[in-house]
Design a protein around this ligand. Structure first.
Ligand code: MN
Length: 512
């Protein structure tokens, strides 16, 4: 029913961009239309779609703010000005300005969250047509996307958009890696698809027998998520969640029922069962996650969620568009309530923005709120490293390189020597002192570090040293104990016996 306003926006944008072409060769108007289309597909409201059509007109058309407000209303004008402001920023690769750029984008976000949703759609369309730019610019855009925009999309829970942007950015930033992963995936594609289909069949039968109405879809892992796992040091063969399924049911209760039914037939890996329904992620994501031993012993990652949860999982904050006007019923009312709370965070930031305070204070407060779990620190050369909050110099060292971590003997932060359990803060400049003669990390470090990456690398160090010895000792102890209990070795070394033991003690394999 709001087409009239959108028509007017389109007509104005069409006239304004007439004769202009994009670097892709097509008429310029295709860009605003595509951005508006992306936003329409997430059910954005009329103001956001209207603003999308108009988002590049300020550069080329003579129209004052007052005229625009009169023609299209205050809301649209505010969004157009917001996104134009962000787009005018000249992003720079120098790390010093990175945080400042964060801020500027967040200011746009703070004025109205729709500004940032529009900015994300604008960038998504630009990434889709990134092929037309010279390589250097492609890389710059891709890097900036991954450093600034996808973390914001993540914070807002806009996973679908985030995921497409990440894959596109990786394709231009690290084409070799990207196509390497793509090729490896293609090689195993037919086999994986067959396995997923078969498992899908089995689970459908199982759930239908138990009268649970549901739908199941196979799910492709994003290339970027695989890249991140590889970058964290995982080997291709160790990534065992390539086989992924998603089960949709109608109610929250059915989520748990479905999980129980699946577990009764397929044994789950204990540590991989996650209940994001009872404890949603900070961006409101809800689902049950489990990884089970499926057909032929293949591991399957299964997510179970309601259709409503799916809406939020894919669109995040943008899901509020769909519920804004038509909220009815308990679930929707609750959801709307949550959405309101989330939006309140942005309103608070807006208030912060209005109060007189230095840039530094502003950045600090806003990053505190929005990027709660992440800090940005610098190497002495000015490279930025992203770490989770609570990280110490040990995490920093292992993030730089395992060799730096393994040979670390001390750390300096902002010019002063700090203890290894020092909690790093945003903007800290961290320098690690190493000594090639250092015998290696101490076991105590496992308690002092915060990131999984550092823990894994420290464990890997000790594993290399200790593994053989432990294996030998373990085997001795086991043999003695079996002998004492008069159990034959051959009776113990059976798959089901060992499987049971591993499950009970929560280990992945007999060597562990
Ligand atoms: Mn644009």
């Amino acid at each position: 029913e709001d087409l009239e306003l959108i028509d007017e926006c389109y007509d104005f944008a069409f006239k304004c961009h007439q004769g202009q072409r994009r670097i892709t060769g097509e008429d310029y108007i295709y860009h605003p239309i595509s951005v508006a289309y992306i936003l329409a597909s997430i059910n954005a409201d009329k103001e956001t779609i209207g603003a999308a059509l108009l988002h590049d007109v300020l550069e080329d058309c003579n129209i004052t703010r007052e005229e625009m407000e009169e023609k299209f209303g205050k809301e649209i004008t505010k969004i157009v000005y917001g996104v134009t402001k962000i787009n005018k920023l000249n992003f720079n690769d120098e790390s010093e300005v990175l945080i400042a750029n964060h801020r500027k984008i967040i200011v746009g976000l703070a004025e109205d969250v729709r500004v940032i949703i529009l900015k994300l759609a604008d960038r998504l369309n630009n990434l889709r047509t990134l092929w037309a730019l010279p390589e250097e610019k492609q890389k710059k855009k891709a890097k900036e996307t991954l450093e600034i925009l996808t973390p914001i999309a993540d914070r807002l829970g806009m996973n679908k958009m985030k995921s497409e942007m990440e894959d596109l950015a990786l394709r231009y930033l690290k084409p070799d890696t990207y196509f390497d992963i793509l090729e490896k995936l293609n090689q195993t594609k037919a086999e994986r698809e067959a396995l997923v289909l078969e498992m899908q069949d089995k689970i459908t039968t199982l759930l239908t027998e138990n009268d649970i109405k549901h739908e199941i879809k196979g799910r492709a892992k994003s290339i970027y998520s695989i890249y991140k796992k590889l970058a964290k040091g995982r080997k291709w063969n160790d990534i065992y969640d390539f086989l992924a399924l998603r089960v949709f049911v109608n109610t929250e209760q059915e989520c748990y029922q479905a999980l129980g039914i699946i577990h009764s037939k397929y044994r789950p890996i204990p540590k991989r069962v996650k209940d994001y329904i009872a404890s949603p992620k900070t961006n409101m994501y809800q689902s049950l996650h489990t990884t089970v031993f499926g057909i032929d012993g293949h591991l399957f990652e299964i997510q179970i969620r309601t259709y409503e949860m799916d809406e939020v999982a894919e669109r995040g904050i943008a899901a509020h568009f769909a519920y804004k006007e038509s909220a009815t019923g308990q679930g929707k009312a609750e959801f709307k309530n949550q959405m309101e709370q989330k939006l309140q965070v942005f309103r608070n930031i807006l208030e912060l923005n209005n109060e007189a305070q230095t840039d530094e204070e502003f950045v600090h407060n806003v990053t505190e709120d929005l990027f709660k779990d992440t800090i940005y620190v610098f190497t002495p050369k000015g490279d930025v490293l992203e770490l989770s909050k609570g990280s110490t110099p040990i995490d920093f060292a292992y993030k730089v390189h395992s060799q730096v971590g393994d040979k670390m003997v001390g750390a300096t932060v902002n010019g002063s020597i700090v203890p290894l359990d020092y909690k790093l803060k945003d903007n800290d400049i961290v320098s690690i002192r190493t000594n090639q003669n250092s015998p290696g990390p101490s076991r105590e470090w496992l308690q002092l570090c915060n990131t999984a990456q550092a823990k894994n690398k420290i464990k890997a160090f000790f594993n290399r040293i200790d593994k053989d010895e432990y294996l030998k000792n373990g085997e001795e102890i086991l043999k003695e104990e079996l002998k004492r209990r008069k159990i034959a070795l051959s009776d113990f070394y059976k798959d089901d016996v060992i499987g049971k033991a591993l499950e009970e003690y929560k280990y992945n394999n007999i060597e562990e």
